[in-house]
Structure formats: structure tokens, C-alpha cells
Design a protein. Sequence first.
Length: 223
Amino acid sequence: MQQTDSKVHSPAADASAITSPAKQNFEVKADVPAVAKSVSGGLSDLAVKASTCRLCSLSQERNQVVFGVGNPDADLVFIGEAPGREEDLQGEPFVGRAGQLLDRMLAAMGMGRNEIYIMNTVKCRPPNNRDPKPDEVQACNLWFEQQLDMLRPKMICLLGRVAAQTVLKSDEPLGALRGRWYDYQGIPVWVTYHPAYLLRSPGQKQKSWQDLQALLSGFQKLN
């Protein structure tokens, strides 16, 4: 995997950065090169194929497939569970309020969206944002596995209970899955809260910040 010049920076903030509106509009670094690498063509082709998927009932109500966004050559991939309303309308993961909080979390780590890749385990929005059903997860796994295989990141961060249970094939609650490293096909995996959960439970943001510090520390050791 090719490297860019500005993958990781020392964290310039603490837990308050996750909640501070001033951190939301961080600048995207101009020295990061435009993404035009060999993997991008493969991902683009896969996204086109996925856009017409009819493998499960979610395809009947969606506005569009939400495939993924970010640097296809990124070493760090964030994975959520499924698109929400705004994501379904815009065709991009994490663009609503939860996405804005994720941007602040990334900024607190010294990162921007142009340095990482963001995707979901399921590409279509479940009605009323319910948890994806097992058959929906299984159907979308066709796209998920190909997408992750093309990305070949050095590290994965799973956002929330559903994503963690799906990828790790576990029925443990999120509280039990946090705080330790896992392996997914040879890739180190870290688990933390979904930004949407943090919006509902702001008291957990301190724990989330601890998770992000551990993630960043582990990531820096790989580079």
C-alpha cells in the first residue's frame, strides 16, 4: 500500500474537542495528494455494481446505495452499521449529526476525512434506522468483503455495537467488546462507540476519548 505524507499527527486536543463546535470546521490539509491510485478504479467499479443491488428487501425502500467515502489508499478504516436518513439521501456515510461528531473526533486525533476511509457493514438504510436483520447483513456481506479486501487497511475501527458484533461475529455487548484489540483477517481491530450513541449519551464521551487515544497510539506504532 502506498503511503501519503500526512497520515497521523499528534493529538492537539483532549476530550473537550469531541464536544466543542470550534473543532467541527477543521481545515483539510492542502498537501494531501488527490486520490488517483490503482485501488480507486476497483472500488469505483464495485460501487457501480453495488448501486443496483437487489439481494435483500432494503433495496425496495432505499433512495440510493451508500457505498463508502474517503481515501481508498488509507491505512485506517472506520466502519459503522448502516446508513441513516441523511446518508440515504446524500449517498455518503456519516453526513448527519453523527457524521459531524465523527469529524470532530477525527480532528481531535489530528486527522481529516481525506486521510481515512469510512464505510458501513450494510449499504442501504433499514426502515426507521432499525438494526439490520441477519439476512440483510448476509446479503450485503458480498459487497462488504470485496470492499475491505480492495482497501487492505493496516487498522480498522468499528463504530458501535452492531458493527462490532457483525464484523467480529460476536453477541457480546459493546461494553464487553471495548478496550481490547481483535484480529480480522490479519488486520488489528479496535472497537468504540458509534457517534450517534454519543449524541444520545453524552456522558460516555470521556470513555470515547480514551478509546480514540488508544486507537491513535496503536495506529502510530504501525507507521
